[in-house]
Ligand binder design. Structure first.
Ligand code: AMP
Length: 313
């Protein structure tokens, strides 16, 4: 049981219809690691600057995340993202991106990070994702996320990176964009032809779809009445999903099978739903394992359709 994530460690300034916050701890690797930390041992790889203090490290360390491979760049500043959301909170509008230390990032993985059983290549330049993948000693399961920036500007490297992982976790719009295919099922099939045996298409507040060789599964988004900040929902989904897959590893070393993948989808959706209840990492920081299990129980009820009328509540 061990999971390594490589991705952005950031300060995020975010405005939503429900409030505004400056320079919160964020980034794909941070949201992923906090979510995954409920299930397994997670190591974070990524660069930060002098503005990244012990208090920020403590947010991860408090959840048991191993921070040894966070690289401090002397004199540097941490990656910064500013964005806002309108009432359709499925769409993030980027207002400012300062790459800072992320610009010259060359991932350096310790022996422990390289030999993890599971690997998540968060949203970074595809060529870097390939280098990290190549430097790892054959994880049991490797997954990758990306974004429109790389689909538009670095498609070939991204397709090569996709060919080297077992699973892609992308937004539905990104799946369509990458394959130039408007139909999601066909697009997922095309992605699988590039190499991965698992395709997860995240669908924002509507949940996520799972495509494998043996079929299709879908999990809804949790029907929240108050969503305050959707930033990091996708990464929290991926963290819950891969964290569960790593943590549920059975003693017999069973492969990542269909049943584990379906459970992992439910955990992914649960972690994403908690993440959006408050700004930045605030909600996941105060989350408890009991709350996760309660939400899983809700998902079980919500997704069961062959129930007797008296039980359908
Ligand atoms: P998501 O889960 O898709 O909402 O991811 C949100 C996170 O992605 C934020 O915490 C940002 O710091 C981070 N982010 C935004 N733009 C980039 C980028 N170009 N590269 C890496 N990370 C980014």
């Amino acid at each position: 049981m061990s999971l390594t994530v490589v991705g952005s460690i950031a300060f995020d300034s975010v405005r939503t219809p429900f409030g505004e916050r400056e320079r919160m701890l964020g980034g794909s690797a941070v949201h992923f690691a906090l979510a995954a930390s409920f299930f397994t041992e997670v190591r974070v790889v990524g660069p930060v600057g002098d503005d990244f203090t012990d208090e920020h490290v403590a947010v991860l360390a408090e959840r048991g995340v191993i921070t040894d491979d966070i690289e401090r760049v002397p004199g540097g500043e941490t990656f910064f993202w500013r964005g806002h959301y309108e009432y359709d909170m499925n769409v993030a509008h980027t207002d400012e991106t300062e790459l800072n230390v992320f610009g010259g990032f060359e991932p350096k993985l310790s022996e422990e990070s390289r030999s993890a059983e599971m690997l998540f290549l968060g949203n970074i330049q595809p060529q870097l994702q390939r280098e990290v993948r190549a430097s790892c000693d054959g994880p049991r399961f490797a997954a990758l996320d990306s974004m429109n920036l790389w689909i538009e500007n670095d498609r070939e490297a991204l397709i090569a990176a996709i060919g080297e992982v077992d699973c892609v976790v992308l937004n539905d719009a990104e799946v369509r964009m990458l394959t130039d295919q408007p139909n999601l099922a066909r697009a997922a099939r095309q992605l699988m032809e590039m190499g991965p045996r698992v395709v997860v298409a995240k669908q924002g507040e509507y949940g996520a779809a799972l495509f494998t060789e043996s079929g299709f599964f879908a999990i809804p988004g949790y029907p929240l009445e108050d969503v305050r900040d959707p930033t990091g929902a996708g990464d929290s989904f991926a963290g819950g999903f891969l964290g569960y897959l790593d943590g549920c590893d059975r003693a017999d070393g069973a492969a990542v099978d269909e049943s584990a993948l379906r459970q992992a989808m439910a955990y992914g959706s649960a972690l994403a739903s908690f993440n959006v209840e408050d700004f930045g990492t605030d909600r996941v920081r105060r989350l408890t394992p009991d709350e996760i299990e309660e939400r899983l129980q809700d998902f079980r009820r919500m997704t069961q359709f062959d129930v007797a009328p008296a039980e359908a509540k």
